[in-house]
Design a protein around this ligand. Sequence first.
Ligand code: PLP
Length: 433
Amino acid sequence: MDYQLDTNCVQAGYTPKNGEPRILPIVQSTTYKYDTSEDMAKLFDLTSDGYLYTRISNPTNDAVAKKICALEGGTAAMLLSSGQAAAFFSIFNIASCGDHIVCCATIYGGSFNLFSVTMKRMGVEFTFVPPGASEKELHAAFRRNTKAMYGETIANPALTVLDIELYAKVAHEHGVPLIVDNTFATPINCRPFEWGADIVLHSTSKYMDGHASVIGGAIVDSGNFNWDAYADKYPGLTTPDASYHGVVYTRDFGQGGAYITKATVQLMRDFGSVPSPHSSFLLNLGLESLHVRVPRHCANALKTAEYLKGHDKVAWVQYCSLPGDKYYELAQKYLPNGSCGVISFGLKSGASSDGGRAAAEAFMKELKLISIVTHVADARTCILHPASATHRQLSDDQLAAAGVSPDLMRLSVGIEDVSDILADLENALKTVR
Ligand SMILES: *Cc1c(COP(=O)(O)O)cnc(C)c1O
């Protein structure tokens, strides 16, 4: 049965049978019992369905993955213990030492470190392209060994909007998939598969959980990328896997199942970045209200962005749903019903020799309702100064490339009464000279 997105937020993934618990049970068991060794052998050969070991599969985790799969409109999905693990798996599943990825430069700082330092050490090289790169510039970034394109629907914290359709077109012309981190937009505001993306990932720690309670990640496959058509590029999916007696993922699990099955039985088996079933249960509670919370975040953020834009002590505001924003047109195309609750802005007094670092920190000290936290995109309004926190390892040049100026404050607007949020900002702005 096909339901609307809002219904899927509440109900998808778990349908109890007669007499079973109405609420998704927490299966807090590492292991599963079988009657014979033969039953178990079939599981280890991947020739029969069933639960093997919670690192590979667990009923609670699988139900929540199914819900996220339904929300994004994919064919298969998996949960991971963090968004970082999701970013790593999404790429490492199809690229290894000697391979190359074309990546939008404005991405989450943690992903940037992962790609530019850690994965580089593993032999996977990334070319970072500016968010506004033309089609020609995107093509020019490709190499013979390029295996994927990567970007964020709305970048954290640069708040650039990815031209998904353009990226997908270029990726497909080179015979590689487009991987999109859809964390900030959520499937409520954008479903990247509808614009040609092939793989979507999430840090579920943000709006999906929504309460800043559990770190988690998810990867969803659209099932649209034809790995077999580029079999020479993706031997891991199209040739026998010796660690499973010669399973061929595309042949044995089909185009819609190959990518997630491989990521689960190979990468999850080996790296073990699995969420606890209890965490997945909490994530599911968050998902049940995602469709109610996200529009409220967006409405509050728009009002807050308008307020800041009109304030004489504020130098600049970036929010892609605000008319006049550099990414307004792209946001209207991909996120017509709202973008996210995150705004960035800088103060006029920030035009000093330290690039505005001190002014931002002084202003933030005066906030009372709005708290200074690393986290973003949850129910409580919070603020961060990336140049002194998440992005402090980056040089000024790297900051600029990532779309983060030294004075940038990232304001994550929550779902409180917006008048209280504005009053807190007003009070702190009064202290700014
Ligand atoms: C937070 C975040 C991540 C990393 O996720 P964790 O759950 O913190 O590991 C990745 N991408 C984006 C866009 C994020 O905001």
